[in-house]
Design a protein around this ligand. Structure first.
Ligand code: ATP
Ligand code: MG
Length: 556
């Protein structure tokens, strides 16, 4: 291994290298452990791609496991959406989908084992008393009066907790660690509680449920996970994780490693905020293309490849920071540039009439499907006397350096002829309705014309062959000036986050488009056929990203 390679590795890879070198593990195993209480967002995509990427790199395995130990907020709808997202990202999980709830019996046995070792006890303090006894950051806690119950009594009480003999909250099982530990998580944390809740997998089988900090290391150990990667907020919980796997005497205990969460500037990732926008009908569901849930990114037209590139650029860090959304846009542009077919589309149409072009004539002109990728081949574009062009491409009184159409000026019609503006018509409100031009038959694209040059090239769509579609243009959902969240839990919305363009005309090649397909609308941006609202009769496009950007890749 040369030096360069070592430098390129992130801190997690360096830990893994060392573990493998020291023979701690022979093969690595990672997992993604979502709680099925909402849709996944771009931050979760980071965790998925990181865990899956490590498994791939080290020829190990990657598990998908639902951390469904807290039945209140969990739903099967979320399980299904999460599986779809993980699969779409291309993260192949090993074997079956796993559920923490499948290990409830093992967790119960593990608790019994701790009791038998004198390492856990049933406590009758009320929640308020437990809080009071816990102490503070500056003061040590106090031992519970129930701490010294005999093993026999604890075993009996714990079994009766399981059998439903006690009210919800009346008793808890606690780990017996150290009430004076500087780490509050180690002050005899609760590991089981009585709670009558119907679970989406196990129904009413259980009336006691394990706490996350106890359950998670057991789940990892049962699945022989080697590196349990989580986000920074769990750093203080690591001593408890280590305590659990040690006291339960697993032969190959898993190891927890924390990394910084991915934050994007000016986007909403908090589940409860998104849920509120969904519930209030402000957005069109969890997959509204303005959101950054994985489902929304997919619907907007982002690709798994673009997200992978993005995550690689962002890297894996030990401290929190925020990444510019423009970097994500950079990645999708870069991915689609050679892949997406290009079509001429007019979003704000104005008619152009070529006065000297025969009325009924139609010509088929050759055009490359994608100028930057000849492999995509050549198509034929019909050309006729009446065309749609973009309103922006004509001005009655142009400013300096405006090279597109204005009276007396000549431009190139993309893939076609040179045309010169001879006159224009206006309606009673003064709005330009028709631009008249003449064309020069000598200037046909690709026929070897070597005469005069023109500075502007504009795109066009023949009126007779135009396909009318709906295009949705997006801006940030959030008002960037004001910041994302308010103190009262509301978000600052941008009133212009969605513009619906109903009169969008596209060249006939677009008829082939299927839901989920992406195209470049030349000179405008990348668009994706919406998977929900588009039909065969009427296509609906979402703008993924515009073509222009001031974003530059940060220097590494
Ligand atoms: P909450 O706990 O608020 O419900 P969560 O985002 O932590 O939400 P989980 O389902 O527990 O949701 O997360 C699954 C995994 O994804 C965890 O390992 C978590 O650390 C990781 N994860 C969550 N958010 C991010 C993020 N922004 N960046 C990277 N990883 C994340
Ligand atoms: Mg969580």
């Amino acid at each position: 291994m040369d030096n360069k390679e070592v430098i390129m590795k992130n801190f997690i890879e360096r830990i893994i290298d060392k573990d493998l070198e020291q023979g701690k593990y022979t093969k690595i195993a990672t997992r993604f452990p979502p709680e099925p209480n909402g849709y996944l967002h771009i931050g979760h995509a980071k965790s998925i791609l990181l865990n899956y990427g490590l498994a791939q790199k080290y020829n190990g395995t990657f598990n998908l496991r639902f951390d469904d130990t807290n039945p209140t907020k969990e739903k099967t709808e979320f399980v299904d959406s999460i599986v779809a997202d993980v699969e779409w990202l291309g993260a192949h999980y090993d074997g079956e989908i796993r559920f923490a709830s499948h290990y409830f019996h093992d967790m119960y046995e593990a608790a019994v084992k701790l009791i038998k070792k004198g390492k856990a006890y049933v406590c009758d303090l009320t929640p308020e008393q437990i809080r009071e006894y816990r102490g503070t950051l500056t003061e040590p806690g106090k031992n519970s009066p129930y701490r010294d119950r005999s093993i026999k009594e604890n075993l009996d009480l714990f079994e009766r907790m399981k059998n439903g003999e006690f009210e919800d909250g009346a008793k808890v099982l606690r780990a017996k660690i150290d009430m004076s530990s500087p780490n509050i998580n180690m002050r005899d944390p609760i590991i089981y509680r009585v709670a009558r809740m119907t679970h989406h997998n196990t129904g009413d089988e259980w009336c006691i449920y394990p706490m996350y900090d106890f359950a998670h290391p057991i789940e990892d150990a049962i699945e022989n996970i080697t590196h349990s990667i989580c986000t920074l907020e769990f750093e203080d919980h690591r001593p408890l994780y280590d305590w659990v796997v040690q006291e339960l005497e697993y032969v190959h205990p898993p190891k927890q490693i924390e990394f910084a969460k991915l934050y994007l500037t000016n986007v909403i990732t908090g589940k409860r905020y998104i849920k509120r926008l969904v519930d209030q009908g402000i957005v069109d569901g969890w997959d509204d293309p303005r959101l950054v849930t994985i489902a929304a990114l997919r619907r907007r037209g982002f690709t798994p490849e673009s997200l992978k590139t993005f995550m690689e650029l962002v890297g894996v860090a030990k401290s929190n920071s925020s990444v510019d959304y423009a970097m994500l846009e950079y990645c999708i542009r870069d991915d689609l540039k050679p892949k997406a077919p290009r079509v001429m589309a007019v979003l704000d149409p104005i008619k152009l009439v070529i006065d000297n072009y025969p009325e009924d004539k139609v010509e088929y002109l050759d055009a490359q499907v994608n100028m930057e990728n000849p492999e995509l081949g050549v198509k034929q574009v019909p050309f006729a006397r009446e065309l749609w062009i973009d309103r922006d491409d004509f001005m009655e009184e142009p400013p300096k350096k405006y090279f597109r159409l204005f009276p007396g000026n000549e431009v190139r019609l993309m893939n076609a002829y040179f045309v010169k503006c001879v006159s224009y018509e206006k309606d009673e409100t003064g709005k330009v309705t028709v631009v008249h031009c003449t064309y020069d038959p000598e200037t046909k694209n690709g026929t070897g014309f070597t005469g005069r040059k023109v500075k502007g090239t504009i795109h066009w769509v023949p009126v007779k062959f135009a396909v009318k579609v709906t295009a949705r243009l997006y801006e940030n959902l959030v008002d960037e000036e004001k910041g994302v969240y308010n103190e009262d839990g509301t978000v600052n919305l941008n009133p212009n986050s969605l513009t619906i363009v109903e009169d969008c005309y596209i060249e006939p090649a677009i008829k082939e488009a299927k839901p989920g397909d992406s195209f470049q609308f030349v000179r405008n941006g990348y668009f994706c056929v919406d998977t929900k609202d588009s039909t065969e009769e009427h296509l609906v496009f979402n703008r993924i990203v515009s073509l222009k950007s001031s974003f530059k890749l940060p220097k590494k």
